[in-house]
Design a protein around this ligand. Structure first.
Ligand code: PBG
Length: 332
């Protein structure tokens, strides 16, 4: 295709009015494509704001129906659950994570009772449950891969048993998707899909989340299992392997600094592609907006549009409820 030169072609013609711009817009943010993360804590009557993530809270299970009703009214189709434990509930292997009456398991039951049609996705990882804060079993200062797999599988099965619609391993151990798939199938959950945090980078953008989930490693960092931010070919291999092991949906995380990975994954793989607009991306916007340095609504919609334009089908974002409010009011 050749575009005839100016003055025959004037690209500004289609930008002349809001109606024309609307007509030719290529990418649209739809609340039905957003997934909202929720932090669940022990105790009763707890709604605790997360310091580093203004507007986000830790909820005790008893208050969830109230929050879920709000999410349902916003038309948000899915939530992603994280458990946040007191230090006294943690141990070396994160055994609270596969307790059938653990906080995430109880949260799943409570949500499915309150809103059966809301898709409940659970983060499957050990870091929120281990005393050392790493995503796997630790021996001699190293995170062991193979002994971690069975523990992740136990946790995933326990979530499925409680009624989770999708389980989402975020640990970055090799072979976890296959192990979890086999365990789910063996225990009668052949129909429970796996959303693999397939290309998950060792990122500074998780900082605020670690405050939210109290999951900062007590020694070292996660670079021996999460990916090097410099590597794109390796990210595609990670995704390919997770698909080969049985992933039903794939994820790139974080989103904003990794749009190239999203675009390349979109071109190469046909599974539903999820991008995680992570805590640091959220908190930076909130901090700048609080200082009056940016127009928050405009920036958030621009960021989410960019993530979609790059190729994501679904976006996990802490902004989901505010986006729902903005998009409703813009149609009125
Ligand atoms: C658990 C997990 C993390 C996030 C999602 N699942 C933290 C980490 O890997 O350190 C980060 C989410 C966010 O920053 O919003 N492994």
């Amino acid at each position: 295709m050749t575009t005839p030169p100016f003055p025959t072609t004037r690209l500004r013609r289609l930008r002349g009015s809001a109606a024309l711009r609307d007509l030719v817009r290529e990418t649209e943010i739809n609340v039905r494509d957003l997934i909202y993360p929720l932090f669940i804590v022990e105790g009763n009557h707890v709604q605790q704001e997360i310091g580093a993530m203004p507007g986000q809270y830790r909820w005790s299970v008893d208050l969830l129906p109230w929050e879920i009703e709000k999410i349902g009214a916003f038309d948000i189709p899915a939530v992603l659950l994280f458990g946040v434990l007191e230090p006294s509930s943690k141990d070396e292997i994160g055994s609270a994570s596969w307790d059938d009456h653990g906080i995430v398991q109880e949260a799943i039951r409570t949500i499915k009772r309150a809103a059966p049609e809301l898709v409940v996705i659970t983060d499957v990882c050990l870091c929120e449950y281990t005393s050392h804060g790493h995503c796997g079993v630790v021996k001699d200062g190293r995170v062991l891969n193979d002994p971690t797999l069975e523990l992740l599988a136990r946790q995933a099965v326990s979530h499925a048993r409680a009624g989770a619609d999708i389980v989402a391993p975020s640990d970055m151990m090799d072979g976890r998707v296959a192990t979890i798939r086999a365990a789910l199938d063996r225990d009668g959950f052949a129909d429970t899909p796996i959303l693999a945090y397939a290309a998950k980078f060792a990122s500074g953008f998780y900082g605020p989340f670690r405050e939210a989930a109290a999951s900062t490693p007590q020694f070292g960092d996660r670079r021996a299992y999460q990916m090097d931010p410099a590597n794109a070919h390796e990210a595609l291999r990670e995704i390919e392997l997770d698909i080969a092991e049985g992933a039903d949906l794939i994820m790139v995380k974080p989103a904003l600094a990794y749009l190239d990975i999203i675009t390349r994954a979109r071109a190469r793989f046909d599974l539903p592609l999820v991008a995680y607009n992570v805590s640091g991306e959220y908190s930076m916007v909130k901090a700048a907006a609080a200082n009056g340095w940016i127009d928050e609504q405009r920036i958030v919609l621009e960021i989410l549009t960019a993530i979609k334009r790059a190729g994501a089908d679904l976006i996990i974002t802490y902004h989901a409820p505010e986006v729902a409010q903005w998009t409703v009011s813009s149609k009125q």
